[in-house]
Design a protein. Structure first.
Length: 230
């Protein structure tokens, strides 16, 4: 039976690259998009299913996982890419701004990671990939990105806690930490940057696929840095 892979944020550059990678490997892929998102369609590709779900809604996220498990019997891999970014030093950052980044970057991850994790523990197998950031990993890298850095820092703690709970079980949660991602949006906003030093979404997808494969079955490293030359 094909592996079942869930990818949230299938409308994004990273999400689309990951969907393509796992589809090409023969996985059954379920990609989530937010209501109203425009997305490159994979609907005509065998092995792809699209779900529209608001991941800030805990009940909706839980129901989507329940539906997937009811239909396919399991989720082998979950790659949770939904998130958002905002600049702002402490002087510019209100609690409302922090809460918005918390919702975009942590709540959307936790609402999906929790039910996925619980069913993986029940089945005794699975890989979860969260998306962190350098500002979330180290405060020294978060100057001018207070709300974003604080929200992303919780992603690392969540992975650590989930791995503690899953000790002795073949369920691993890892955090992908990319440097600047080579996307059309980032190129447009940083026209003078060295694009060759950036990491491509396809390169991130390759790394995620490797860590989800049997080649990495013995690895339980919660932090995977994908920096390239940045």
């Amino acid at each position: 039976m094909a592996e079942i892979t869930l990818v949230t944020g299938a409308a994004g550059n990273m999400g689309q690259a990951i969907v393509k990678k796992f589809l090409s490997a023969g996985n059954q892929v379920i990609g989530t998009i937010a209501p109203g998102d425009a997305v490159q369609s994979f609907d005509d590709q065998q092995g792809y299913e699209k779900l529209t779900v608001d991941l800030t809604n805990e009940q909706a996220a839980q129901q989507s996982v329940d539906d997937i498990v009811s239909k396919y019997g399991k989720i082998d891999n979950a790659v949770l890419t939904v998130g958002g970014f905002a600049m702002g030093k402490i002087a510019d950052t209100s609690t409302a701004a922090i809460f918005k980044q918390y919702q975009l970057n942590f709540e959307t991850a936790y609402n999906m990671a929790r039910p996925v994790f619980l069913q993986m523990v029940l089945k005794g197998n699975g890989r979860i990939f969260l998306v962190g950031s350098r500002p979330g990993l180290a405060a020294s890298m978060g100057n001018g990105m207070v709300a974003y850095g604080l929200a992303k820092s919780l992603i690392f703690r969540l992975a650590e806690i989930m791995n503690e709970e899953a000790k002795g079980i073949n369920v691993v949660t890892s955090v992908i930490v990319p440097s600047t991602i080579d996307t059309p949006q980032n190129r447009q906003s940083m026209l003078k940057a060295d694009f060759e030093s950036w990491v491509k979404p396809e390169e991130i997808a390759d790394v995620v696929y490797f860590y989800a494969s049997q080649h990495a079955a013995t690895i339980r490293d919660p932090v995977i840095k994908v920096y390239k030359n940045a």
